[in-house]
Design a protein around this ligand. Structure first.
Ligand SMILES: Cc1cc2nc3c(=O)[nH]c(=O)nc-3n(C[C@H](O)[C@H](O)[C@H](O)COP(=O)(O)O)c2cc1C
Length: 367
């Protein structure tokens, strides 16, 4: 029995319905599903367990969607991207993860844990702990104020990271999550290995720029296999381009996507500022380029300024298989039933159930 999606599927043609149904069986997911996009809350307890404020925040928003992708968690104590980011790097934190799963399931959605390694993207503003390790593929400092020059990871350190993705998957399964998403987008560590701007290594991790990502995905898939949980969803989030000169371009992303499509994962998730945006460098519509590359080998999730049911219809018609919504759910905890939506982040539009630290960060960053 294929689960029903929050997106109305009745308007699909017979052929589309059959394809959607075959897909949802093959990938263990609802077809045309709606996701809550991953959004960091900066609001864990001081000991980095998930806080009661976060649980309330997730529980209410889960009622709007099929899947909630959590804000990113991290796997190694000294490689933490944000202050008050909830932690999943030790078995002592499984109980905390269980509370998060229960809040999301209680709200009515399935729960996907997003996992992240910041690499060189540790900003003095977002991470105030000076003891955090700033590491990357190579020692290339981000060209932004408040960032330090990273140290190039040694091969044993790389293996420690990939092993931590095995362990975190085991914990996610123990805690009852329905899946995991590897955060390979938004300039974080996996992207730093793929981008020619940040990978100047001379070892096997440069000769094969996708090696690190393959090891991460392999670790997650091995944990899923060892637990005999073929129904456990594995997704990968990527950014198609970087703006910087010498950075990631669509041709690199096509190589990454080809590889991802050949591995037994369940979806690929494009991180986009707008779902219908064009390339930073020409008028290529990104979703067209991605769709042509993926060629229906995997479900493709789109995101970026999807706010209304009209946006949903349009984004699906452009060729995304599933959709994710971020800011609009943050601002409208009851999005599904609200008729007058708050559209932009402001002091007045932030609902009272946003955790206080998240509220402060949102006003600092987006207003
Ligand atoms: C407050 C906030 C926190 C975010 N944190 C994450 C994160 O932890 N992981 C991630 O992949 N993207 C993160 N994003 C990006 C969103 O997932 C999403 O791609 C982006 O907001 C665009 O979608 P939207 O227009 O629906 O908000 C964050 C965005 C916001 C606004």
């Amino acid at each position: 029995m294929v689960p029903r999606s929050s997106i109305d599927n009745d308007s699909l043609s017979k052929r589309e319905q059959l394809r959607a149904s075959a897909w949802s069986q093959r990938f263990n997911m609802k077809s045309r599903a709606l996701f809550m996009a991953p959004m960091t809350t900066w609001s864990s307890n001081p000991d980095l367990t998930v806080s009661a404020d976060e649980l309330r925040y997730y529980n209410r928003r889960a009622a709007n969607v099929d899947y909630v992708i959590t804000g990113c968690t991290f796997t190694l104590r000294r490689q933490q991207g944000f202050t008050r980011q909830f932690y999943a790097g030790s078995d002592d934190y499984v109980a905390s993860l269980i509370t998060l799963v229960e809040a999301i399931h209680g709200g009515g959605a399935k729960a996907i844990l997003q996992v992240h390694s910041p690499g060189r993207m540790v900003s003095a503003e977002l991470q105030t702990d000076p003891t955090i390790e700033v590491v990357s593929a190579s020692a290339v400092r981000p060209d932004r104020a408040g960032y330090r020059t990273p140290r190039a990871l040694t091969v044993p350190e790389i293996k420690t990271i990939t092993h931590s993705y095995y362990d975190v998957t085991v914990r996610a399964i123990q805690a009852g999550f329905d899946g995991i998403e590897i955060h390979g987008a938004n300039t974080y560590l996996p992207q730093q290995f793929v981008s020619p701007l940040t990978n100047h290594r001379t070892d096997e991790y440069a000769r094969d720029g996708l090696l690190f990502i393959r090891e991460l995905v392999d670790a997650v898939l091995k944990a899923r296999g060892d637990a005999r949980r073929t129904d456990f969803i594995v997704g990968y989030r990527f950014s198609p381009e970087e703006k910087e000169e010498g950075g990631l371009r669509l041709e690199h992303t096509f190589g990454l996507l080809d590889a991802l499509c050949s591995w037994p994962i369940d979806y690929v998730h494009a991180s986009l500022e707008r779902y219908d945006r064009t390339s930073y460098f020409n008028d290529t519509v990104i979703v067209d380029a991605l769709r042509n590359c993926v060629r229906q080998r995997k479900p493709l999730i789109g995101v970026g300024k999807i706010k209304t049911r009209e946006d949903i219809s349009r984004a699906l018609s452009l060729g995304f298989d599933h959709l994710a919504m971020g800011t609009i759910l943050l601002l409208n905890p009851d999005w599904r039933t609200t008729t007058r939506l708050n559209m932009e982040i402001s002091e007045a539009s932030l609902p009272p159930d946003i955790p206080p630290r998240m509220r402060d960060m949102l006003l600092k960053m987006f207003v």
